[in-house]
Design a protein around this ligand. Structure first.
Ligand SMILES: *Cc1c(COP(=O)(O)O)cnc(C)c1O
Length: 359
């Protein structure tokens, strides 16, 4: 039983949809599927922008979000309060961007006011992009993207580039309403399908920036994907069977409805946090910035790895560990995608038994 924040559990309906022989990706039948996927992806992303589907993991979608819209030497502000914010910073440096990090301690949310100060001080409009992780999976913290984005909009020039890998499909990310320029996500998180697909939505403002961006790109050059999208096609051979699965998953999501999906994730988060509090274990992130995809727990009196090991051996439940300096200090419970209250109650009961067994 996967209770990690990705890969997440895959519904049987999706597994069965993938258990088919591939069809030709240039066929009329597949073109029809791409057309339906594009329409449903726009629905899920709450946007009329193109949502481009790439054969990459989430990090590949992040990379596409950088190299298509920026040039070496561009000044960018990067929010870093965890493993994935840190990945944005490393990636931006790898491509020769001039990175200024806005940090917060792991477990704390980014302070939007720091973004405001930096953006207001930039009267020459040198900052080309503000790059943030919405839901910081490594710590279970949801950053205040809405407010940060308002300051980016007040700046006027900078693009907002967002890692929404564990927020899309769990919490409200109204791309058009907020005017988010580039939003990257990946299939093995909120989309209820296995790893292998990355998604990037691109605003008109970002396409304008694309025209002057000079970082090298080929496989992840988004213009051919956009052109192909317009013809219900794809520039290269796509992972056809994953797309069969995506078709089934998006149908399930449409049936449930966005509001219900968000409400379910909120409820799962509340159930999990209440259960953890009842067990007397400290939560790593505060209630008011809790991510709705993953809950991080810091069991101060127990070794987090011993808890994870017992959960796996005795109950066949996979929990995620801490990353970097949090290894052994925290464990993380995923409640993203195809997860129900019954799943959380089972996980919490097994955790209670585990604590007893560990003394
Ligand atoms: C999972 C995840 C990613 C992408 O990781 P991949 O292993 O490349 O799919 C990026 N950002 C966040 C916040 C994530 O949770």
């Amino acid at each position: 039983m996967l209770m990690i924040p990705g890969p997440t559990p895959v519904p049987e309906k999706v597994l069965l949809a993938m258990a088919k022989h591939p069809i030709g990706h240039r066929s009329g039948d597949f073109s029809k599927i791409i057309g339906e996927l594009n329409e449903n992806l726009k629905w899920l992303h709450q946007t009329t922008n193109e949502v481009l589907t790439l054969c990459v993991s989430g990090t590949g979608a992040m990379e596409a979000g950088i190299i298509n819209f920026l040039s070496a030497g561009d000044r960018v502000l990067v929010g870093n309060n965890g493993k994935f914010g840190d990945r944005w910073a490393k990636m931006s440096r790898a491509f020769g961007l001039q990175v200024e990090e806005i940090t917060a301690e792991w477990g704390q949310p980014l302070n939007p006011e720091t973004f405001k100060e930096k953006l207001e001080a930039d009267t020459n409009k040198q900052i080309k992009a503000v790059i943030v992780t919405h839901s910081e999976t490594s710590t279970g913290v949801l950053n205040d993207l809405k407010t940060i984005n308002e300051y980016v909009k007040a700046h006027g020039e900078a693009l907002i580039i967002v890692d929404a890998v564990t927020s899309l499909g769990a919490v409200n990310v109204p791309i058009d309403e907020w005017g988010l320029d580039v939003v990257a996500s990946g299939s093995q998180k909120g989309y209820m399908i296995p790893p292998g697909l990355g998604f990037v939505s691109v605003s008109d403002k970002a396409w304008k920036a694309y025209e002057t961006a000079t970082l090298p790109k080929f496989y992840l050059d988004l213009a051919p994907y956009k052109k192909a999208n317009g013809k219900n096609s794809s520039p290269f051979t796509p992972p056809i069977n994953l797309m069969f699965g995506l078709k089934a998953a998006l149908e399930m999501m449409r049936e449930e409805g966005l509001e219900n999906i968000f409400a379910r994730h909120k409820h799962l988060t509340e159930v999990t946090r209440a259960g953890i509090k009842e067990l007397g274990l400290p939560l790593f992130a505060a209630d008011d910035c809790a991510a709705l995809a993953v809950t991080a727990v810091m069991p101060d009196k127990h070794d987090a790895e011993a808890i994870r090991s017992n959960m796996s051996k005795k109950y066949d439940i996979a929990l995620a560990g801490g990353q970097d300096h949090l290894k052994g200090k925290i464990f993380r419970i995923g409640h993203l995608g195809f997860a129900s209250e019954a799943d959380m109650l089972k996980g919490l009961a097994a955790l209670k038994a585990t604590l007893k067994q560990l003394g």
